[in-house]
Design a protein. Structure first.
Length: 137
């Protein structure tokens, strides 16, 4: 076990940091096809949701709900998908993905639906700014 929390290298490579919330680091996927956020609790060696103490699970759900609310308010979004798979990245992380009929993977899952498309810097900046309104606590 390690004593310090660090972000898994694959998550770091595939995302843009937004901010640290009370429990989690909030990230955005580098994929123009989806408005896709990831929450990573800053808890060393965490691999599964059930490993979090009850108070931290409650905090995570508050953060997930806040992120989902922001994404649901984006134009054209009709569905929010959630996932915590961890098959490729063992560090526990929670995906929150804004979806709509006709998106690049609809109606299937976003995982395995093709290669990521590099985001337009202005669109990425808008998404990051929208999620940054959640606030750090």
């Amino acid at each position: 076990m390690s004593s310090a929390w660090t972000l898994h290298e694959r998550l770091a490579a595939d995302t843009v940091p937004v901010q640290d919330l009370a429990l989690s680091r909030l990230l955005v996927m580098r994929d123009a096809r989806f408005a896709w956020a990831i929450l990573v609790p800053r808890v060393p060696d965490l691999t599964e949701l059930h490993q979090l103490p009850a108070a931290d699970r409650d905090q995570l759900m508050l953060e997930v709900t806040a992120v989902a609310s922001v994404l649901a308010g984006l134009p054209g979004i009709t569905k929010i998908n959630h996932g915590a798979l961890g098959n490729l990245v063992p560090q526990f992380h929670w995906h929150v993905v804004a979806r709509h009929p006709g998106d690049a993977a609809w109606p299937g899952p976003v995982w395995g639906s093709g290669a990521a498309v590099p985001p337009d810097p202005a669109a990425l900046e808008q998404l990051v700014a929208a999620l940054a309104t959640i606030g750090p606590a």
